[in-house]
Design a protein around this ligand. Structure first.
Ligand code: BGC
Length: 822
């Protein structure tokens, strides 16, 4: 296939090595040798591209990440080396709960300025993957289970960062929802779920905000690695969505440099193939000259369109800290406040309980980890807000352990008893949430649950504050009057939380994800995962799309969050009852929102659409538009929301297009997916187009309690036979070490890698993180060896070691077959 020309670079005559940039004022033409072009499309090291000295083209620096700038002090010390101090903003989980695109843009500006000041050209974020399950290890890096919310917030982030002259890298494209076997897992997802959810979570951000780069994910998508997936990268991203920036690989994801370049990845970071190998591939004809020109052109364009670095820029860290504080309060969700315990009056004595109150959980582990410029905790902030004499403290648990000594509990109960109010801060320890590992359940550590039960029995005026990156089960939910979800709130999370508790700020958050009662209620909890594939049997029934369709009670629904004030919602006018389904924004919803309470506060107006008469299965309702509105007491605002055509459409697999069917749609306006304030029905006009559709398998037509999605049902939806979901010997480049560690050769390689990781991390046996070392190492496959060993194992050597391992296994008589659920 001929490469579609990028907007600002068109390739000149290929063989002469010319690249022409007609959009530049000079219309300059760069004459590049094949060798120079080849160097442009592979990374130079873990954070930089190659420059072209002769032409004054400098290398580009790319660093993580979504919540703050992580520029390593000395990159030669490896991925985990210490980083320059930078503002640690709230994690995406918390930012998702703000539902505030403007705020995301503001944070983007701040991130962009800090990145520019640190000589960074591309900031590796935001993460726009949809949250498929509550147990995904990287959920804290992602915004939402809803694609409209996720892509809108991503767009805000990107626009802010890029306005400061720093490029963004929207990641991880696409369907990167699990850490299990993350480097080689094959995600099988049907086209409708892909289009309506997993791709849609990126689409608006790509089209509206034009990120400088898009990062292709580690996983395979429907049989092909994302970095090599020309359907994903060329047909959809470039040809359909008109993307003109550069596609870069996730770190190490472009193992087969030839296949990834041909598939549509322009820049392989940080390799592992070197420029010489690319050149040879071009000489052999494995990579076309056109393709190399296009890729090199886009990498060049990245540099050409970025301003000169501004190392003299002096970011205002104090202002950024204040912004992080405001954002953390805006992402804090008041889940429950039955007796109006919150906000505190300021006169009470308060027992602050929980080790997270003095040593907070505020960010997640892995590549997004930031070295904060300062770090606040709730305990100090409460003492500042209320005065030392009003605040007592007991740690209640050991912050790294699942079970804790009972003496800590006893001390906590005594402390709680003697105060007016107990604030119990609990959550998930570091080892529960990190890049490289998923949770296997949604439970809090047992010690945290026991602590809550004991404290609330001793003092009914108990507020539970949660610090976690994604939903947890709350078995004590009915017994506790007030619950606050603080998420992982970044470096200013402590003061932000104190602001919310004492009422200096309002809890501005609304859940961007559903909180099921228990993990077993979640459809994915009943589905197999791996070893070769993760099959998305639930299709479009993700998050509230499932719970609302199934009519299943949840602990807290999508969109939920209480306020310290109260609002009156009144529709304005009946609105048209019919609409033209061909218009771009065919329906508008107008309402008057009035703050009828005594405090300033914000509300998120959420509009959902239900397709009343559809010829295909659809979720009960889908988010169609939203607006965050802030009002002083007594103030009102007339809010108008424009519903786009897409809000009514589904992806028609037969026509391979978005289709808005004539017929009735219910428009539901409310403050969560379950709290509807008013609704009305509108009719899309037009003639239904004749179309013969196969009836979908039963669970999709009417999902509900007691019904499960099955493999044959999914296979029918998927439209082609599913490959066997098993790992068998001989192993291949995608086989995860966890699936070969019980073989003679695999066990040896696993142990060697584990020792190397433990050494690099400096983990002792007692370090709680050593618990996840097995898991993290188990995800590794041979594709990743060159990147993870920073080149010590070359791609050739990785291939050879794998061959040797298979040989050893054969000698020891291993016919191996493995079909686990985990
Ligand atoms: C992560 C990316 C990150 C990259 C560079 C990868 O392992 O998946 O999110 O941007 O490393 O650090």
């Amino acid at each position: 296939m001929m490469e579609a020309a990028p907007a600002h670079i068109t390739t000149g005559r290929h063989r002469s090595g010319e690249l022409t940039d007609p959009s530049s004022p000079e219309g300059f033409t760069l004459r590049l040798s094949e060798q120079e072009k080849a160097t442009l499309v592979v990374g130079q090291n873990a954070t930089e591209t190659h420059g072209v000295d002769r032409l004054g083209v400098r290398p580009l620096r790319m660093v993580d990440g979504p919540h703050g700038v992580r520029r390593l002090l000395d990159p030669s010390q490896g991925f985990l080396a210490a980083a320059h101090p930078a503002t640690c903003f709230p994690t995406a989980a918390a930012l998702g709960a703000t539902w505030n695109v403007r705020l995301l843009k503001e944070i983007g500006h701040a991130l962009g300025r800090e990145a520019a000041a640190q000589d960074v050209d591309i900031l590796l974020g935001p993460g726009a993957n949809l949250k498929r399950t509550p147990i995904g290890g990287r959920n804290f890096e992602y915004f939402s289970e809803d694609p409209l919310l996720s892509s809108s917030l991503s767009a805000g982030w990107i626009l802010g960062v890029q306005a400061e002259g720093v490029g963004a890298s929207l990641k991880h494209f696409a369907a990167n929802n699990t850490e299990q076997r993350r480097y080689g897992i094959d995600v099988l997802v049907d086209v409708r779920a892909l289009r309506e959810l997993y791709l849609a979570s990126f689409e608006r951000a790509i089209i509206d905000a034009r990120p400088a780069t898009v990062m292709a994910a580690y996983n395979k998508l429907n049989g092909i690695h994302c970095t090599e997936n020309s359907w994903l990268l060329r047909d959809v991203l470039r040809n359909e969505w008109g993307y003109t920036g550069a596609v870069i690989s996730d770190w190490g994801a472009a193992f087969d440099g030839v296949a990834s370049l041909e598939g549509g990845t322009d820049l392989a970071m940080p390799g592992p193939l070197n420029a010489r190998a690319i050149e040879e591939a071009v000489e052999r004809g494995d990579i076309s000259h056109e393709r190399l020109d296009a890729a090199a052109g886009r990498v060049l364009a990245l540099g050409g369109h970025l301003p000169a670095r501004n190392a003299t820029l002096d970011p205002d860290f104090a202002a950024h800290h204040a912004l992080a504080r405001r954002a953390a309060a805006e992402g804090t969700v008041l889940l429950k406040n039955d007796t109006g315990l919150l906000p505190l009056s300021g006169k009470e004595t308060v027992a602050v309980i929980g080790a997270f109150a003095s040593e907070p959980r505020y960010q997640g582990g892995g590549s997004s980890q930031v070295n904060p410029t300062r770090l606040e905790n709730l305990l100090d902030s409460m003492r500042q807000a209320l005065g030392d004499q009003h605040v007592t403290y007991a740690p209640g648990y050991d912050r790294t352990l699942v079970d804790s000594p009972s003496t800590l509990h006893l001390e906590a109960v005594v402390t709680a008893e003697s105060a007016d109010v107990a604030i119990v801060v609990i959550g998930l320890p570091e080892a529960f949430e990190s890049e490289g590992t998923d949770r296997v359940h949604m439970e809090l550590p047992a010690a945290h649950n026991h602590l809550v039960t004991a404290v609330v029995a001793a003092n009914p005026n108990t507020v539970v504050v949660l610090m976690n990156g994604s939903p947890v089960e709350m078995p004590w939910r009915d017994r506790v009057p007030s619950i606050v979800e603080a998420y992982l709130g970044g470096q200013a999370g402590g003061s932000a939380l104190a602001d919310v508790l004492v009422g200096a700020a309002e809890p501005g958050g609304r859940l961007a994800e559903s909180f099921p009662e228990r993990y077993s209620d979640h459809p994915v909890s009943r589905l197999p995962a791996g070893p070769a594939q993760t099959e998305y049997w639930e299709s479009i029934y993700v998050g509230y799309r499932y719970f609302d369709s199934a009519g299943l009670d949840v602990a807290f629904p999508f969109g939920h969050g209480l306020s310290y004030t109260a609002f009156d919602w009144s529709p304005i006018g009946p609105g048209a009852s019919k609409f033209d389904g061909t218009a771009e924004t065919p329906v508008t919803v107008t309402l008057r929102l009035t703050n009828v309470g005594a405090r300033r506060g914000s509300e998120v107006v959420q509009v959902y659409v239900r397709d009343v008469q559809s010829s295909v299965f659809r979720p009960r309702q889908e988010l169609a538009a939203f607006a965050k509105v802030e009002l002083a007491p007594g103030e009102h605002e007339d809010v108008t929301l424009c519903l786009e055509r897409r809000a009514f459409s589904f992806w028609d697999t037969e026509r391979a297009a978005w289709v808005l069917e004539p017929g009735e749609f219910e428009i539901l306006v409310g403050s969560s997916s379950r709290e509807v304030k008013f609704s009305h029905v509108v009719t899309a006009q037009g003639q239904p187009e004749a179309s013969a559709r196969d009836a979908a398998p039963a669970p999709y037509l009417n999902p509900g309690v007691g019904k499960t999605f099955t493999r044959p049902d999914f296979e029918a939806l998927y439209g082609s036979p599913l490959p066997p979901n098993e790992v068998s010997s001989p192993f291949n480049m995608d086989t995860a070490l966890r699936d070969m560690r019980h073989t003679a050769g695999g066990g040896l390689v696993f142990r060697l890698m584990r020792n190397a990781v433990v050494r690099t991390l400096g983990l002792t046996k007692d370090d709680p993180l050593s618990a996840i070392a097995d898991d993290v190492v188990g995800q590794i496959n041979f594709r990743m060896m060159p990147t993870l060993t920073e080149g010590t194992i070359t791609p050739k050597r990785a291939t050879r070691i794998l061959r040797w391992l298979n040989w050893v296994n054969r000698q020891s008589g291993w016919p191996f077959r493995h079909t686990t659920r985990q």
